[in-house]
Design a protein around this ligand. Structure first.
Ligand code: G3P
Ligand code: CA
Length: 253
């Protein structure tokens, strides 16, 4: 069993603007084993990397992604709202735009890391999104292991139906009974659990630790517990800290 991987949540969202090329680049610099990001689909059918259904919280624009063209979305800054972060640099941060998935995949091309793409499909249905997503990943990712996840189970099942080799993982923030049965029946590669449902009853998931990616663990104590359980991956807003905690343990083995 390999060591627990550290995934940067939306890049390195505790220190850099979430879901931006800047944040992904920074997480790679820190040495992450994987990245997590969120996707929505624009009015003109492009896949963009952003957490919310709308531009309002993370950019200086407004409106729902589904109602906007990619060119309109690209007029807004995805970095300007983060001037409270210590590393804020107006020149480079303000010019950051909401990236397309294609742009992120091109950035990641040289790196041997894993990528978790979360389909944010539980509020709006984006017809044709799964097909589009698979075609972009096929065209622009080469060495990446891609894991598709969603809280909305039909989305990842559609992915699997379209590509039987795709790695799919179900996002859960509530416990389910007999999780192994779900994994086998739905051909899930993994389960992405909120930290609380794992840490409350670790024994419930005990045969599956190697298939569990746990979000979003940021403090030393919870990261330590997850490393002890040897889960597959920890998804964190502070990958640099988590990587340090992991490396620190090796010194005392
Ligand atoms: O992938 C786990 C986590 O990202 C799910 O929650 O709201 O941060 O997308 P959220
Ligand atoms: Ca997410």
């Amino acid at each position: 069993m390999t060591e627990t991987k550290i995934f940067g949540h939306r890049g390195s969202m505790g220190t850099y603007p979430e879901n931006t090329l800047l944040g992904f680049r920074e997480a790679i610099r820190q040495g992450v084993d994987g990245l997590e990001l969120d996707v929505h689909m624009t009015k003109d059918g492009e896949i963009v990397v952003i957490h919310d259904e709308s531009l309002d919280r993370t950019t200086d624009g407004s409106g729902n992604i589904k109602d906007l063209l990619l060119d309109e979305i690209k007029t807004y800054s995805a970095g300007i709202n983060y001037s409270h972060f210590p590393a804020y640099d107006a020149d480079s941060w303000n010019s950051m735009k909401v990236p397309t998935l294609e742009e992120v995949l091109k950035l990641l091309r040289p790196y041997d890391i894993e990528l978790n793409i979360e389909l944010k499909t539980y509020i709006y249905n984006y017809p044709g999104m799964e097909e589009k997503l698979l075609s972009i990943v096929k065209a622009y990712s080469n060495r990446l292991k891609v894991i598709y996840s969603s809280f909305h189970l039909p989305s990842i099942l559609r992915i699997k139906e379209l590509d039987n080799t795709a790695n799919i993982a179900w996002l859960l923030d509530e416990c389910i009974s007999l999780p192994k049965d779900y994994m086998e029946t739905l051909q899930l590669e993994g389960l992405h659990l909120s930290k609380n449902i794992l840490l409350k009853h670790p024994h419930h998931w005990k045969d599956l630790y190697n298939h569990l990616r746990i979000w979003t663990a940021n403090n030393r104590n919870e990261i330590k517990q997850l490393l002890d359980l040897k889960v597959n991956a920890i998804v964190t807003d502070f990958p640099e800290k988590a990587l340090f905690y992991r490396s620190e343990r090796k010194l005392f083995v």
